[in-house]
Each structure stands twice: as C-alpha cells, then as structure tokens.
Design a protein around this ligand. Structure first.
Ligand code: SF4
Length: 274
C-alpha cells in the first residue's frame, strides 16, 4: 500500500458526465481507494489508467482539502453560484485512512461554517458514524443525504466482488444509526449483485429511499466499462450469469415495490440526484 499526503490545488471539481444532473461539483478528499471493488469504474478512468500501481494499492490524501474548500466556496458565493456537492465520485471519503487523517471530517467542519446548498455523501463505510455529531449540525444548514452502498444481502457474494470493503451487516448498522440521528438516508443498491429474495427487508426502517443501479446501466458508459473490467466473466465463473441482465433494474424495482412505496424507489442517476 502506497499512501502519500499531497497538497491539492483544487478540491471542488465541476460536475460533468454522470454527475451533470443537478450537481455543480464533485469532491474527492482522496485519490485512490483501498476498498478496491472489482467492479469499480474508476479503474477505467485516467486517474488510474496512468498509474503504475494497481487500483486499491495507493492513496493520495489531500491534506489541505478543508483550507482549499473554504477558499473555493467563498469565491463561488462571491459570484452568486449555487453549490451542490457529490462526495465522492471516485474514492470513498470514509475509507480506513480517514480514521487517522480526518480529512473528510475537517471538510464537514468547514462546511458547517460555509455550507453548500446540498451535500450527498456516498460511502460504503461505517466509519461515517464517527461524524454524526457534525452531520447533525450540517443538516440544519444545507440539504444533506447520506447514501450507503449495499449491493447485496449475501456476504459470500460481497466477498467475491468487494472482499476489502466493509461487511453488509456493519453498513446496515451504520445506516440505522444515521437515520436515528435524524439524517436523511439512502441505500444505494449499486451495482446490484446476486442476493436473496428477502434483500429489501434489511433496509426496513433504516432508509428514506432506495436507489437501484446495475453494472449495465450505471457504469457511466452503458455497460462498456463493466465489460472491460471482466464483470460478465466474473459473474459466469461463480454461476451468476443470469444476474448479468440488462433488465435487472426493472426486475429489481418490481420486487422492491412489494416491500416499499413507489416514492421510495429510484433507479440509477435519478436516485443520486440532489
Ligand atoms: S468504494 Fe467506491 S471508489 Fe472505492 S473501490 Fe469501491 S466502488 Fe471504487
């Protein structure tokens, strides 16, 4: 594992591509991600393509993130701009290094002083519960939603596709704590992986909404990136080929609607919208 502390010139990146649907900026406190999920589309982006080290084995920690955030948001506000932030699009803001470095925590602190109009925190790490004290303050100042990735309810499946990511029960426990603190929560079933018929039930009482996404509609390239990452072969190798289905999101929505009202269920991009 190669961990570097870097000074970043910019921390708010103008939203484009998959995020250009209501967000003005993405914010990545780190470059690189130790969770190293097999399906991660960042593996196919220039940030990884031009690195020698493998995805999941390096992190650049942007140690000056909160100072730069303060400067950038003041500048944007001076120009009368809306600021809706997606944190994070190409890393996990609560990967293990965050426990010590507290870069994401320092950003939340800065946001309490200089709030954006909306913040979506996208993570799969229970470490986010450490910052509930700050999230509770921030939700009084801006729109805030915590979106926790939960791709399946099967730990054996999680261990095939994302062996270094936190366990599913820990993620559900974190969602429950965040919801209990009065913060808006979302389960991001993204990408949906093979699961049991009871999967929808694990969210019961812990989320305000559920967003369903798949490897074919949610990789930002109509499934091409997932193919390049060898996902069809990985599904096949484990006897899951029937799950690699371009209609999976429709089937999943139909199933989830047996458990939740229509206004709680979203698909792909619309689910992540501010
Ligand atoms: S947690 Fe997110 S950014 Fe990190 S490897 Fe997994 S999909 Fe990629």
């Amino acid at each position: 594992m190669e961990i570097k502390s870097i000074s970043s010139k910019k921390i708010l990146t103008e939203a484009k591509g998959f995020l250009d649907f209501g967000y003005t900026h993405s914010l990545n406190p780190y470059a690189g991600c130790v969770f190293g999920c097999s399906y991660c589309y960042v593996r196919e982006l220039p940030i990884q393509k031009f690195r020698e080290q493998q995805w999941g084995t390096w992190i650049d920690a942007k140690s000056n993130a909160s100072d730069i955030y303060r400067k950038e948001i003041l500048n944007l506000r001076k120009r009368g701009k809306f600021v809706r932030i997606f944190m994070s699009s190409s890393t996990d803001p609560y990967q293990p290094i965050e426990r010590k470095s507290e870069i994401t925590r320092s950003l939340l602190d800065a946001m309490i002083d200089h709030p954006p109009d909306f913040l979506l925190i996208q993570t799969r790490s229970p470490l986010i519960t450490r910052d509930i004290d700050l999230l509770v303050q921030l939700k009084e100042k801006c729109g805030l939603r915590v979106s926790m990735t939960v791709e399946t309810d099967r730990e054996d499946v999680r261990k095939i596709f994302a062996p270094h990511a936190p366990s599913i029960p820990l993620r559900i426990k974190a969602l429950a704590e965040i919801k209990k603190a009065g913060i808006a929560t979302q389960a991001a079933v993204s990408p949906m992986l093979p699961c049991t018929p009871d999967f929808p039930l694990i969210f019961s009482g812990h989320v305000d909404r559920i967003c369903i996404d798949t490897l074919t509609i949610g990789d930002g390239a109509e499934g091409r990136r997932s193919k390049k990452l060898g996902m069809p072969q990985l599904f096949e190798a484990h006897g899951f080929s029937k799950w690699y289905d371009t209609n999976l999101h429709r089937k999943a929505v139909k199933h989830f609607l047996k458990f939740y009202p229509q206004d709680m269920i979203f698909v792909s991009q619309e689910g992540f919208a501010p």
